[in-house]
Design a protein around this ligand. Sequence first.
Ligand code: HEM
Ligand SMILES: [Cu+2]
Length: 554
Amino acid sequence: MSSTIVSLPDQTTATLPKHTYLNNEYGLKSWLLTRDHKRIGILYLITITFFFFIGGAMAGLVRLELLTPQTDLLAADTYNKVFTMHGIIMIFLFLVPSVPGTLGNFLVPIMVGAKDLAFPKINLLSWYLNTIGGIMVLAALISGGVDTGWTFTTPLSTHYVNTHVITAGLAIFVTGFSSIFTGINIIVTVHRMRAPGMTWFRLPLFIWSNYAASILMVLGTPVLAIALVLVVLERTIGIGVFDPTKGGDPLLFQHLFWFYSHPAVYIMILPGMGVISEVISTFSRKRVFGYTAVAFSSVAIAVFGFLVWEHHMFIMGVSSYSALIFSLLTMLVAVPSAIKIFNWAATLYKGSITFETPMLYAFGFMGLFTIGGLTGVFLGSLGMDVHLTETYFIVAHFHFVMVGGMLMAFLAGIHFWWPKITGRMYPENLSKLAALVTFIGFILTFFPQFILGYLGMPRRYAAYPPEFQVLNVLSTAGATVLGVGYLLPMLYLTWSLKYGKIAGPNPWQATGLEWQIQSPPVVENFLETPVVDYEAYDYEWLANKTRNEVHTVG
Ligand code: HEM
Ligand SMILES: [Cu+2]
């Protein structure tokens, strides 16, 4: 595998820049009170990594329990708590803030040519809210956990369980505000803070997709927040909105929950799709094929995403006519995602492709997300869904999109922008190995779950009939490999902070504004306001620029 476009400065003479956002102030206080979007991005990186490993430990327990058909490692109710906490932590404390909180924070202002996000203090507040919500989730976990599933299904959550639903519900309420504020910040920044010449259609696709995700965050999250507050009120003072004996309706909770949580799956995937567009373009040296279609497909996803929530409720006694309509609308929402996949494939076509680590993860994303998305279409068809719903097929479906898709995209992005964030390169061979291990571990973990689900193994039980054991053992073995795949980057990225090669401003020869400034950037990002006179992904412009620079220096 060749890595031809890495252009690093001469390592014998190269040094990190003198003034950067990292060394402009020192000490814990300078971090905890910072308003620099780049430092806040790093704060997010630390918290989401922390929660990822706690959520990962829970996943490990689930997979160990499922190694054998009997309930032996965990009691059944402990098992319920473990998978619930796994879901809550991974979704609300890892996936939702992952790309917007870390890479979005770091990159959105730089990519549009601004000094910071529109509201730096609110940005810091977002991180604090996210962290406080996280601490509340940990408090719920330590004081005995929650066992309703991440879906907080009523009347289980309101009447029948004895666990810490209130703490967890309020925790998600708090993190919800964090995501609403991040969304507002990104939307206002993209509208108001673009540099001269940075028109909407010169914006990198990473911006378009984070912008679309932000719209979903701002419009969807309040509905979830209200639904959870209603659950809390129902538990505490019995207001009865979800209680049929008081004239309420448990299905109302499902509508409210999924009205947020379907769009939320796009909150989780859209920013990742933005990463993939940047990576694929850079490592095929081509403008993203059908830029406008890809940009608008993000917006289309944001719109259609709000029209399909009932596909989570087909077997819950909704009217067959509405189920039919929602089934049709679900087919529609697959179209804009498919547009992206086709356009990335067309970008690769006749490109000068190189196989750097971010590109390996991007290929992983394209394959796994396609399988995840297509199985979503199966689930959206009424007849299939009746057979497959609440089985392991669902678990496989959403892990293909969330882990095979979003987590791969996050890792692609972290590797791609690591040189920009830290000024140093990660070790190339080890990172390629990690990408490969992650891919193999992923397939081994989750592919058997499609078969298990199709054969009828229900989700969310600690025990299962013995005939399912072989596939479960495969899945647990895969999870072990996957665990190694995730630990490796933790280790070598930390190592690279001190020992990595000096990256220089533009190791990948990429075109975005972020690559035209020093790595790591100065506090204000740009020494003077950039004036943008080229289209996104214009590699010829870059080649001319480089030629001229060599000329001036020479
Ligand atoms: C884009 C990324 C996607 C993510 C992150 C995602 C995530 C999820 C999650 C988390 C669930 C399970 C919820 C639960 O009960 O715990 C789910 C179920 C479902 N997904 Fe997806 N999904 C994605 C794409 C799609 C697509 C493209 C479609 C169809 C076009 C789709 C259709 C469905 C359906 C119909 C269900 C409900 C199945 C059932 O409960 O019976 N999904 N998805
Ligand atoms: Cu959905």
